[in-house]
Write a protein that binds this ligand. Structure first.
Ligand code: HEM
Length: 462
């Protein structure tokens, strides 16, 4: 990695994010965010030798001389008169707040990894790797160390020395890289005794049509960024890091709404047109941590502060769905399409009145409405944090779109959350006839790396 001057931490104000309940730094949803006035000075560690002095933060350079000039300079080896000029400029113009927004990688900022409570980004890649046949615990540790280093650098907006140039013009763009371990990882590394029971395979559900080739895997990475090139760049760098140690098992590419596309910050919409994410648990909820993150008394100490991700590729039968009237579609979910309000009235944030009946004596929110069946009240309090990406992989032979949701949900215990809710949905959710679950994965996502460490170190070296 190049040793450029210290990347700035988050700039701009933090705004609540309705989709994951988290906050982000920088502008979203069309709101104008004050651009950072200045870049922080280089840290003493960064301010070292003469060659380093000639190097300059990619973002600072961009802010001063413009993207095109900066890209050429950095790609050409940085340094030089322009770079030195840039470093001395007292009032550089900042990148847009979207490009400049940075999410921290290490535990100094949060116990859990980034990409869980981080607001949804516009582009996502979900990828699984299998360890090489001759892999062992040591080589797996070395891979996670390399991956963590790369993730930290890229999330801070720094580019590798011998880089492809793909992301040179952009800031970190809210890049997050999140690492998970699958059930099979533990057998491959001789660590089965330390495999948490929460990683036991998910049960079969009647609606499953799962493709094993696109399911599970030894290792999983979730990449998200508000710029597609930044996300691709990260994916490519991580794939190169894996060479010889692990090979790609499957990859899924997704997207969400572009920051600034809506006139105000709002909850995401999915490809069925519904506002999706309204009743997610919020970090401000008293029981949020308990529901989403592994507690301090967990049997496997290395997972404390971590979380479990369930990943499902869920194809939407959009040709069937779009034939239904808006009224019918709203009854399937139990909420209005336009604003996400429950059918019992109010606004998006008004609680659903599950016991309300209409003049016909029937429940206003139908007995099989998705939001009713998935609600904590119907599942002994079970809740999970949904953080999906939409996907569109072209068209199938019958002409139907191969499109849907890369459903990613987070919880402290999948058996008590995803499995409990999905079992219930499987038995009579009005949405199920419009969905096909085509791939599935369950991954243990350890807490964030300690300073100087890497993700999974307490497991691999403990
Ligand atoms: C493509 C598949 C799916 C679509 C399009 C979808 C769509 C929606 C929509 C529109 C809502 C209402 C708004 C909201 O609270 O977010 C909702 C709620 C919810 N969904 Fe789904 N969903 C899907 C799959 C799933 C799956 C697989 C699960 C879990 C196993 C799930 C769990 C939930 C939960 C827990 C809620 C909140 C219920 C509440 O507390 O009100 N969904 N979903």
């Amino acid at each position: 990695m190049s040793k450029q001057t210290s990347g700035k931490k988050a700039t701009g104000k933090r705004t609540p994010d309705a989709r994951t309940g988290g906050t982000r730094t920088g502008g979203r949803g069309g709101g104008r965010v004050p651009a950072p006035a200045t870049e922080p000075a280089a840290t003493p560690a960064d301010a070292g030798g003469a060659s380093r002095a000639a190097e300059v933060s990619r973002r600072r350079l961009l802010g001063t001389v413009g993207a095109a000039g900066a890209a050429g300079l950095v790609a050409g080896g940085a340094g030089g008169a322009l770079a030195a000029h840039a470093a001395q400029d007292p009032a550089p113009t900042a990148l847009t707040s979207i490009g400049a927004t940075e999410v921290a990688f290490r535990k100094t900022h949060a116990t859990h990894q980034a990409g869980i409570t981080t607001p949804l980004q516009a582009t996502g890649h979900l990828v699984a790797f299998d360890l090489a046949p001759d892999a062992d615990r040591k080589s797996a540790a070395a891979l996670l160390r390399r991956w963590s280093r790369t993730a930290e650098e890229l999330m801070a907006g720094r580019v590798p020395d011998a880089d492809t140039g793909v992301a040179l013009d952009a800031g970190p763009s809210s890049l997050t890289v999140t690492f998970g371990l699958g059930h099979s990882f533990f057998g491959r590394t001789g660590l089965t005794k330390r495999r948490p029971v929460q990683l036991d395979p998910l049960p079969d559900f009647s609606a499953d049509a799962l493709d094993p080739q696109r399911s599970n895997g030894d290792l999983w990475i979730q990449i998200g960024a508000d710029d597609a090139l930044v996300a691709f760049h990260a994916l490519r760098a991580l794939q190169k890091d894996a060479a010889g140690s692990a090979r790609l098992r499957w990859q899924m590419n997704g997207f969400n709404r572009t920051p600034g596309a809506t006139a105000r910050p709002m909850t995401a919409r999915n490809l069925m047109g519904q506002i999706d994410g309204t009743n997610n648990p919020k970090p401000s909820d008293q029981d949020f941590d308990e529901r989403i993150f592994v507690g301090r008394d967990a049997e496997q100490a290395w997972m404390r502060g971590g979380s479990y991700a369930v990943v499902r590729r869920i194809r939407m039968l959009l040709d069937d769905w779009e034939k239904r009237s808006r009224h019918e579609q709203e009854k399937v979910i139990g909420r209005r399409k336009a604003n996400g309000a429950p059918l019992t009235g109010g606004s998006e944030t008004t609680p659903m009145r599950l016991d309300a009946t209409g003049s016909d004596g029937l429940p206003v929110i139908p007995a099989n409405a998705h939001a009713r069946i998935a609600a904590p009240a119907s599942n002994q309090g079970a809740a999970l944090l949904r953080r999906p990406f939409s996907y569109h992989d072209g068209f199938r032979e019958d002409g139907a779109p191969d499109a849907g949701l890369l459903f990613v949900c987070w919880q402290a215990d999948p058996l008590r959350a995803f499995t409990q809710i999905q079992r219930k949905l499987d038995r009579g959710d009005a949405l199920s006839p419009f969905l096909r679950h085509e791939a599935s994965g369950l991954f243990a996502v350890p807490p964030a790396a300690e300073p100087g460490g890497y993700v999974g170190r307490p497991l691999l070296e403990g």
